[in-house]
Design a protein around this ligand. Structure first.
Ligand SMILES: Cc1ncc(C[n+]2csc(CCOP(=O)(O)OP(=O)(O)O)c2C)c(N)n1
Ligand code: SF4
Ligand SMILES: [Mg+2]
Length: 350
């Protein structure tokens, strides 16, 4: 993979977070993507979110598939773990890593081709299993890396630089709701104010958190008739809410008028301050969210914000009753209890 290392020098005035890390400690190599690509803004939002959450970079694992979007884990959290897998196969690699070590924070970074075309089956199974992860689809409606063919998320009638799409689109957000995801959001790479708190809330969520981020491809799909262009998304963006996230026992610092904010407490004690923009939108109602999305899509609107959350979500480890310790820290006698125990288990299954 192509990358350019960043110089180690940085501005002495960079503000450290509670761990003493600066922004610079959450960066990666220099991006080789096209100037103006939405994916770079998502990397910047991830850097900001991890810095504000005071995450230790070595506690994060970044996994991706293949595509311009899947290259981006090289451009943030250079000190985290990372694995660049095969096209469309990130979810199964992430699931395996997560099962072997539940102590890391798993960031799955993918593209619309990677997730909705070749990787659709993999996407579906990791969502329905409730793998504890933040799954980000950097959605530009095209295969950017292979020069702009329409992907399965391209809207019918949408125009790229060279063609008009005649197929119906797959909406990953609606699909994630059907499949049982416990945190579902959509955002726009050009709206960092919305995206950073969504990422923070998703990282704090214990379950499968799916974020579809519309991320324009300036090279192949940013013309006025494309529904994934900067102009189209700005004009048709219908944000249903805005968030602020407080971690642990952090005091509530947001300054909203009384009664305008709902506090959502998550498993880990983090709290999301949810400010409703659309009074009718209810983010705890899976069925209502599905109908709302369909109605607005029919009007050509792109609904963004936190679309669904189950604060009581339980993840795959809980369902399978797995051991709490990472497998690499277990001693050989625990990993292999011996033939007498295995014989007993086999006998019980006969
Ligand atoms: C098994 C396999 N099939 C096809 C390809 C060719 N290929 C590489 S990236 C890509 C599409 C990437 O599109 P997307 O996931 O939307 O990422 P983007 O570049 O748009 O960010 C394709 C078809 C491949 N690398 N491997
Ligand atoms: S081809 Fe498109 S998706 Fe790839 S880096 Fe360039 S603008 Fe981004
Ligand atoms: Mg794409």
């Amino acid at each position: 993979m192509t990358y350019i290392a960043k110089p180690k020098l940085h501005h002495p005035g960079l503000k450290p977070n509670a761990l003493g890390f600066t922004h610079r400690d959450y960066e990666g190599s220099i991006s080789t993507l096209c100037a103006g690509c939405g994916h770079d803004s998502i990397s910047a939002a991830l850097i900001q979110a991890c810095y504000e959450l005071n995450l230790e970079p070595y506690k994060v694992a970044k996994l991706s598939g293949i595509g311009c979007s899947s290259k981006t884990p090289d451009y943030f959290l250079g000190n985290a773990h990372g694995f660049n897998s095969v096209h469309g196969r990130m979810p199964s690699v992430l699931t395996g890593a997560n099962l072997a070590n539940r102590d890391l924070i798993y960031l799955g970074v993918s593209g619309d081709g990677d997730s909705a075309s070749i990787g659709l089956g993999q996407f579906a199974h990791c969502v329905r299993r409730g793998v504890n992860m933040v799954y980000i689809c950097e959605n530009n409606g095209v295969y950017g890396l292979t020069k702009g063919q329409f992907s399965a998320t391209a809207d019918k009638g949408s125009r790229s630089k060279t063609a008009v799409n005649s197929d119906s689109p797959i909406d990953l957000v609606s699909l994630a709701l059907v499949l049982g995801a416990t945190f579902v959001a959509r955002s726009f790479s050009g709206d960092k104010k919305q995206l950073v708190p969504i990422l923070k809330a998703a990282i704090a969520h214990k379950g499968s958190a799916i974020i579809d981020v519309i991320s324009p491809c300036v090279q192949f799909n940013n013309n006025p008739q494309s529904t994934k262009s900067y102009d189209f998304v700005r004009e048709h963006n219908d944000a249903v809410n805005r968030l602020d996230v407080m971690i642990g026992r952090e005091p509530i610092t947001v300054d909203y008028a009384p009664g305008t904010v709902q506090l959502v407490e998550q498993h880990d004690g983090s709290r999301i301050a949810l400010r409703k923009i659309d009074a009718d939108y209810e983010p705890y109602d899976r069925l209502g969210a599905m109908t709302f999305l369909q109605k607005h899509a029919a009007k050509g609107q792109i609904v963004t914000g936190l679309l669904y959350v189950d604060p009581e979500a339980e993840d795959l480890h809980h369902h399978l009753n797995t051991v709490e310790q990472p497998l690499n820290s277990l001693e050989a006698d625990v990993l292999c209890p011996g033939s007498a125990v295995l014989d007993k288990i086999n006998a019980s299954l006969r």
